[in-house]
Design a protein around this ligand. Structure first.
Ligand code: HSE
Length: 433
């Protein structure tokens, strides 16, 4: 007869799209997950806001509205936080840690603002803090950074980490939709919230970028360190121009080391060549492209949101923490020893595409080229389509600093012959030789 496994009791905070899937899968695969964990996993309590909402497949006896009673319950060993938002999630997690419980959370906003406090508390109390689901849903990316790649030197991460915006940009690219129409489609499919600001203005991606940058570069990075631009200004014409250059526009979360060993962390739309692996990431899928000194290029691809995919990452963490609890081990602590500075966006060099509506007459091209030269911005290509009275000029620069580019754009917009600066979009993912 085999020895019974030790019991490990789990409390879940939140029973929405993700929480209900965590609970259901935990109940459905209880036997197998327990065997893998080396402990009998017992779902003990679930904190909900409203007891009246019917929750199919979940025993109503597990539910309570008293979340504090879960995090202070001496019987519970592990807390899964899937309620989202900063408060009361922060307070509850800290209370859980204070009460000696390991925590698995999917809360990117919380980690990207108060991650250091949570880590310090977990460290002081000797418990685990795991959060794989906080970035790119089902995709294993945080554990690879914390563990698999910790023997390497990561130099750059470039990710599509927001499914809603990737869906919108895919529809603009493939179906020729305008931004508003594509957003409406995303809302109808339930990708975008009725208030889509967090997604389309890049806040969601910025929180994820901060978490990725912190892990990759062993430094505390918060959302406020991330330079951020959303996709609301991207037009159908921008997308068509990108297509004509064999590029595609994506909202990228980029974290990279600068030549002087600072961290550049930013979220903005950018043109990438169609040959870049990230260009093939369509619809609501996410992908994270990592460059490391020894490993070279790696790409992690999958579903970045949704109940079941996110629950997969949460349950992976639950098993990892359960294994630690049964063996008396602990997972990796915070790694912030490098304490690198964050580089200002003004100092970061990228290529740019500038689209101008200009008068179609002699000397205009030369004057435009002079504006770039005056600000020391080197032009890589120029494409002009004359239309008689006016012309469209598309300029792609070599690597230029944000500061120099801003001065160039200001100069261009003050020229009589430049009717409008239609758009300024970064170009990324081009191999510079
Ligand atoms: N709203 C996010 C997205 C998922 O569209 O990818 C949660 O981070």
């Amino acid at each position: 007869m085999s020895t019974p496994l030790p019991k490990l009791r789990i409390g879940i905070l939140g029973c929405g799209v993700v929480g209900s899937q965590v609970a259901k899968q935990l109940l459905r695969h209880r036997q197998e997950l327990s065997t893998r964990s080396g402990a009998e996993l017992i779902l003990t309590k679930i904190a909900v806001r409203d007891l009246k909402i019917p929750r199919e497949g979940i025993d109503p006896g597990l539910l309570t509205t008293d979340s504090k009673s879960i995090v202070t319950d001496p019987e519970i060993d592990l807390i899964v936080e899937v309620m989202g938002g900063i408060e009361p999630a922060r307070e509850l997690i800290l209370l859980a840690i204070e009460n000696g419980k390991s925590v698995v959370t999917a809360n990117k906003a919380l980690l990207a603002t108060h991650g250091a406090d949570l880590y310090s508390a977990a460290d002081a109390r000797g418990v685990d803090l795991y959060y794989e689901a906080a970035v790119a849903g089902a995709i294993p990316i945080l554990r690879p950074l914390r563990e698999s790649l910790v023997g390497d030197h990561v130099t750059r991460i470039m990710g599509i980490v927001n499914g809603t915006t990737n869906y919108i940009l895919t529809k603009m690219d493939e179906d020729g939709l305008g931004f508003d129409e594509a957003l409406e489609g995303a809302q109808n499919l339930g990708y975008a919230e009725s208030d889509p600001t967090a997604d389309i203005e890049g806040f969601d991606a910025a929180a994820k970028a901060a978490i990725l940058a912190g892990l990759a570069f062993h430094t505390r990075v918060t959302s406020t360190d991330v330079y951020r631009e959303g996709i609301t200004e991207i037009t159908a014409t921008d997308v068509a121009v990108a297509q004509s250059m064999n590029h595609v526009i994506k909202l990228l979360a980029i974290a990279e080391l600068t030549p002087d060993d600072r961290i550049s962390v930013r979220v903005h739309p950018a043109l990438i060549p169609r040959t870049h692996p990230l260009a093939s990431v369509r619809n609501a899928y996410n992908a994270v492209f990592v460059e490391a000194e020894a490993a070279g290029e790696l790409m992690f691809y999958g579903r970045g949101a949704g109940g079941a995919p996110t629950a997969s990452a949460v349950l992976g963490d639950v098993v990892a923490v359960a294994r630690h609890l049964t063996s008396g081990a602990l997972g990796p602590r915070e790694s912030d020893y490098a304490d690198r500075n964050i580089a200002s966006i003004d100092d970061i060099k990228t290529q740019y595409l500038i689209r101008l509506d200009v008068a179609d007459k002699p000397g205009v091209l030369a004057a435009v080229a002079q504006a770039f030269a005056t600000e020391n911005v080197s032009i890589q290509t120029v494409r002009q389509s004359g239309r008689g009275v006016d012309a469209e000029l598309i300029v792609v620069t070599h690597g230029a600093s944000e500061h120099a580019l801003a001065l160039t754009v200001k100069r261009l917009s003050q020229m009589d012959t430049v009717r409008t600066v239609e758009s300024v979009i970064r170009v990324e993912g081009v191999v510079q030789r």
